[in-house]
Write a protein that binds this ligand. Structure first.
Ligand SMILES: Nc1nc(=O)c(N)c(NC[C@H](O)[C@H](O)[C@H](O)COP(=O)(O)O)[nH]1
Ligand SMILES: [Zn+2]
Length: 167
């Protein structure tokens, strides 16, 4: 069922478990899904790809690579109803200064607006540990990208996300 949000969020949480624990970020998992067919286009987790990478960033970069495109042009290969499931809401500011995932998701929408990520399904809001309140959802919605909370996994998601943090 292309709208089985619980199944897809659980798969995103499975991805988060793959991420190497680190005190300076969160261990997050993400899934890129074609909402028309329910097929999984890409999966990703924090630090999967070289460098200080985020789960959503890895998801997009891997899909772009599969289509011989750089990540910034991934929108050219996305099916018209692409959605992303991420265990934690996309970052809007990163202490490292790297490009936030909110901006990576927004740029998947082509000028003519018919392509790109349509909806972000998120498991939890970002805890205010590193950058205070995450204002990313407002920015996504201003660009016509819907943000939908998929409940039920909060405890597991936060336990996995902070596993690398000092107790
Ligand atoms: N949605 C999301 N996916 C991730 O894969 C990830 N690691 C974070 N984490 C958000 C947190 O705000 C940043 O990890 C810190 O701000 C440090 O920034 P860097 O990650 O070093 O760029 N958030
Ligand atoms: Zn991010």
């Amino acid at each position: 069922d292309p709208n089985d949000h619980v199944t897809f969020m659980r798969l995103a949480l499975d991805q988060a478990h793959e991420s190497p624990p680190k005190p300076s970020n969160f261990r997050v998992g993400a899934l890129l899904v074609d909402a028309d067919t329910g097929s999984i286009l890409s999966r990703g987790y924090t630090l999967e790809l070289q460098g200080n990478t985020h789960a959503e960033q890895c998801c997009l970069a891997k899909f772009a690579q599969a289509h011989e495109l750089p990540e910034e042009r991934v929108g050219e290969a996305l099916p018209p109803n692409s959605v992303i499931y991420t265990t934690m809401e996309p970052c809007n500011l990163r202490l490292s200064g790297n490009l936030p995932c909110v901006d990576r998701i927004i740029r998947t929408k082509r000028k003519d607006g018919e392509r790109g990520i349509r909806t972000v399904y998120l498991g939890v809001k970002e805890p205010e540990k590193f950058v205070g309140e995450n204002e990313g959802r407002k920015k996504l919605e201003e660009h016509g990208i819907e943000c939908v909370h998929v409940g039920g996994f909060e405890e597991d998601i936060l336990r996995v996300a902070t596993a690398g943090h000092e107790k």
